[in-house]
Design a protein around this ligand. Sequence first.
Ligand SMILES: *Cc1c(COP(=O)(O)O)cnc(C)c1O
Length: 396
Amino acid sequence: MNNAEIKAKGEKYCMNVFNRLPIAMVRGEGSYVFDADGNKYLDFVGGIAVNALGHAHPAVAQAIAQQAATLIHASNYYWLEPQVRLAELLVENSDFDKVFFGNSGAEANEGAVKLARKYAIMQGHPERKEVITMKNSFHGRTLLTLTATGQDKMHKGFEPLAPGFVYAQYNNLAAVEAALSDETCAIMLEPVQGEGGVYPAEPAFLAALRKICDERDILLIFDEVQTGIGRTGKLFAYQHGDVKPDIITLAKALGGGAPIGAFMATDKVAAAFNPGDHGSTFGGNPLVCAAGVAVMEYMLAEDLPGKALATGEYLKAKFAGMIDKYPFLLEVRGQGLLLGLQLAIPGADIVKKCLEKGLLINCTAGTVLRFIPPLNISRAEADEFLTILESVFREV
Ligand SMILES: *Cc1c(COP(=O)(O)O)cnc(C)c1O
């Protein structure tokens, strides 16, 4: 089938919830993807910050093929070596002691909230049920994580929402203090708001949140579903500073495209869960964990976080030059290869023009061009991206 045929069938059979561009992706190779009509695109969307090693990376493809021919699934009634190995890689390279595997970012966040409520009970505070999240955040699409997401426009039509969430302005300590109550069990936030428009948290804000949580013995949860696994130039975004959260959630890049989510906690916090408290049929299955092991081993061996940091700095410097030249470009935000270019105009047209020139980019929050390519893009690919992007800017 070609692009038009796939689109027509998709419109007939798939639920109409995505704003899709009129092309169908059929193949990928490194930093490039190909559509059903044979067009080639440089991929600065990277499956929404998922394809950290690029497309069809042999390390990941071989790990999946080999595991598929060995054992895809057996359930969590048994120990599973790929799951245990991935847990070891995550724990030994972070400040956490225990991992739980689910299947998506939303599930990881739900699990984190469950753990926070159980922790409060363990500490003798069963009245603590409430989680403070940030306005303009994104935590997922299930009813609980949709509620955690501090954006009214996404809530509309899905009431009644899950109880137990209050919202505070991001980077605004007074707003968090006003939202605190005797019922607060956790504060949850993204170290860089991704879907919300690429807004990094200020280090002083994070430090103040850490202090509040310590004083009250409540939990600080970082949603690193987008920022984790090398994206911002460290394996985990929290490692840029000295604030350590109690729980961290992961998904997107962890499986290199295989659907996986995870949350990690310190032993002190993880002790609140007992057998039967949480679970998942597919979570941590050998197939996706083999993919995760391949991603983690390659990422650590090749220092992809370091490469992401260097490429990100290179792009930021080039964006600074463009901001001086084009008045509709306001500022660049973000770190590593999670970069946002704030526009003074809507970005949808720029995305479409880039697509026509063979470049995939994404616009989030209406006016922010977001760049989340594979972490291993070469300097030549970064330059190709800059050339196409600037040729579109010249036409605006
Ligand atoms: C993508 C994302 C999620 C949701 O992940 P899903 O796998 O789509 O459920 C949650 N939090 C953040 C920060 C995200 O970027």
